[in-house]
Design a binder for this molecule. Structure first.
Ligand SMILES: Nc1ncnc2c1ncn2[C@@H]1O[C@H](COP(=O)(O)OP(=O)(O)OP(=O)(O)O)[C@@H](O)[C@H]1O
Ligand SMILES: [Mg+2]
Length: 244
């Protein structure tokens, strides 16, 4: 999941996770790759260890690294052990690195770990930080489905085009790329020409939802959220994203 800030990436990533789980597809790894994110909270996990936390802990206690093991390998082992296992999904949280150097280190670690751990799952859903950071640093490696979320505006749709163009320029391996327009409160036809220019396939349009607004102030997990209009559209989106 990627897109401009505040467009609904985290919410939609959580809704997709819940939908897959409801379909009985429970080999899911959810990755919270946004240092400021609340993907874990949206999924109802509030006490997950973070990769940054594990790195810091090991750096403070280098003597705990078993002899013959590299620091990176030990971090990876601890990350594997820390995977927060809920009934329907496992969860990996990046956390917030302190300095820019640390940010690069954790990002490249995340990329390596993602590359290996993800092989154990049928579905890996990565909630990325807003904008192009992850794409430009290529932190997410290969992407089978790039899902760009826009709000219901020309500016939103144009910014998804910028992100997608950058991904193409960097020759990042992407299976398919999709656009989801979120908080839709009118016809999509008014955005038609801008949507066409993105070159993205529309995976769906999630309506503006008062239930989602209420949910966001409720401290409930997405598994407790109910709205026919939203969930019906998420069902269609999941069908589309998993059809090929
Ligand atoms: N379809 C919708 N209708 C109404 N409110 C929505 C809808 N989608 C998301 N929201 C609300 O908009 C807010 C921002 O959503 P969210 O946190 O998912 O965006 P984001 O793109 O992940 O933001 P960030 O860039 O900060 O990570 C949340 O309060 C969420 O509940
Ligand atoms: Mg978010």
């Amino acid at each position: 999941m990627n897109g401009k800030g505040g467009t609904g990436k985290t919410t939609i990533a959580a809704l997709i996770t819940a939908r897959l789980a409801a379909e009985g597809k429970t080999s899911i790894l959810a990755i919270d790759a946004d240092p400021n994110s609340c993907f874990a909270d949206a999924l109802g996990v509030h006490d997950a260890q973070t990769i940054v936390g594990i790195c810091e802990d090991i750096s403070r206690h280098m003597d705990t690294i078993p002899s013959g093991m590299t620091k990176d390998r030990f971090i990876e082992m601890r990350v594997q052990e820390s995977l927060a296992e809920a009934d329907a999904f496992d969860l990996l949280v990046m956390g917030r690195p302190e300095g820019p150097g640390c940010y690069c280190y954790v990002n490249s670690l995340l990329r390596d770990i993602i590359g290996r751990i993800t092989k154990n799952y049928d579905f890996v859903i990565i909630d990325n930080a807003a904008g192009m950071e992850h794409i430009s640093r290529r932190t997410t490696g290969q992407i089978s489905r790039l899902v760009l979320v826009s709000d219901y505006s020309v500016a939103g749709v144009r910014s998804t085009k910028k992100i997608y163009d950058l991904a193409m320029d960097l020759k990042i391996k992407i299976g398919s790329a999709y656009l989801i327009v979120n908080r839709v409160s009118g016809p999509l036809s008014v955005l038609k020409s801008d949507i066409e220019k993105t070159g993205l396939e529309v995976a769906g349009e999630v309506p503006y939802s008062k239930e989602l607004v209420r949910w966001s102030v409720s401290n409930k997990s997405i598994f407790e959220f109910k709205s026919k209009a939203v969930q019906h559209e998420i069902e269609r989106i999941v069908d589309k994203l998993t059809e090929k």
